[in-house]
Design a protein around this ligand. Structure first.
Ligand SMILES: Nc1ncnc2c1ncn2[C@@H]1O[C@H](COP(=O)(O)OP(=O)(O)OP(=O)(O)O)[C@@H](O)[C@H]1O
Length: 351
């Protein structure tokens, strides 16, 4: 697709291969939502063209103008707000797509049940949206989007409105249901990009400024924006079982799996520096994952200080601490520390 939306300063070209999941990252106001709106058919670009499976979605700004309306595009948009029909049960919300496509009530409900099971929400079938938590509503919304059998799925910060406790489950469900599907995922969260996408596109001031395989962009960010975003802790290792990996130093790292971990296969533990506690003495008797490391740098960031520490096996590890604790713990380059992170804050995924 290509699109120019002059009023919003957008001028982008984007290709998504069959089965490819592309994460779109970028600062506020960069044009990410506008890009999705153009694909979904709710914003008409001044110029450009989009083709999905050889079918033209729009062609604007030239002599042969075309415009396929949103409902006829075969595209599902999953927004931050799940936007379920309030008067319908979860089951009937999901059955809506198959019903609209002509399925009889019973067949549509059977299909809806299958999708609810797929998003681990079968027990919620008879509840109305008001009786569901934000995370549960979002899972039902995922089932509803998939039940319409879209050829392309658009996700606009699907995790943004959820509290931290609800996000891991939705992330796990999305990682599973998005596998091998064409999807464009707008996110502010590099963790979501790492877990859900195969390729990252960075948009800034309405232009694509960086693009590449997710793992590469994370490891070697080329713009200040991605460098700042790429502040995630990554520990590489080999899966031991469904909830543990063994890293290069032989340490066991426990976490919550996203995707199926196969014992003996490469795996990655990912966590946010905000979830890491810094100790001077090794925390004893705690179920946390701990890493011995040496502080190499302290970088003030807003109200926090980012501690960059070096670990003999995993390279750089990051921890965000308060300015007060820098003093209390006497943190300075060269200081030996122990970084601790709870298993619940660690996501494990197949590498
Ligand atoms: N409905 C609208 N009408 C006019 N201009 C808009 C509208 N929505 C967004 N814009 C403008 O278009 C530009 C791109 O905004 P857009 O919402 O696409 O960015 P974004 O990358 O999704 O930002 P965010 O991360 O904050 O959601 C911005 O300059 C914004 O002010």
């Amino acid at each position: 697709m290509s699109a120019v939306v002059a009023a919003r300063g957008l001028d982008v070209t984007l290709e998504v291969a069959a089965g490819e999941r592309v994460a779109v990252l970028g600062p506020n106001g960069a044009g990410k939502s506008t890009l999705l709106a153009v694909l979904a058919g709710v914003v008409r670009p001044d110029a450009g063209e989009a083709v999905l499976d050889d079918r033209v979605l729009y062609r604007q700004g030239g002599p042969d103008t075309r415009w396929v309306p949103p409902h006829a595009r075969g595209i599902a948009l999953l927004a931050q707000d799940p936007l379920l029909f309030p008067h319908l049960t979860a089951l009937d919300n999901v059955a809506f797509g198959p019903r609209s496509a002509g399925a009889r009530t019973r067949a549509a409900r059977e299909e809806a049940r299958r999708w609810l099971t797929e998003v681990e929400a079968s027990e919620l079938a008879d509840r109305r949206p008001a009786q569901l938590s934000g995370g549960q509503q979002q899972r039902v919304a995922v089932a509803r989007a998939l039940a319409a059998r879209p050829r392309l799925l658009l996700l606009d910060e699907p995790m943004a409105a959820l509290d931290v406790a609800a996000a891991p489950m939705l992330r796990r469900v999305l990682a599973r249901v998005l596998a091998d599907r064409a999807a464009v995922i707008v996110t502010h969260d590099l963790l979501d990009a790492v877990l859900l996408s195969t390729r990252v596109v960075v948009v800034d001031h309405g232009r694509v400024v960086e693009s590449g395989p997710t793992a590469e962009v994370v490891a070697r960010p080329r713009t200040p924006f991605t460098a700042r975003l790429a502040g995630l802790d990554l520990v590489r290792g080999v899966a031991v079982d469904g909830t543990h990996l063994r890293d290069g130093a032989g340490r066991l790292v426990e976490g919550t799996p996203s995707g199926d971990l196969v014992a003996g296969a490469p795996a990655l533990a990912v966590f946010s520096p905000t979830a890491v506690a810094v100790h001077v003495a090794a925390p004893s008797g705690s179920p946390r994952n701990t890493f011995a490391a040496t502080v190499v740098e302290l970088e003030p960031r807003d109200a926090q200080v980012r501690v960059r520490a070096h670990d003999a096996h995993d390279g750089v590890l990051l921890a965000d601490v308060t300015a007060g604790s820098v003093g209390e713990l006497d943190l300075h380059p060269g200081r030996e520390v122990h970084l601790a992170v709870k298993a619940t804050a660690v996501t494990l995924y197949p590498a």
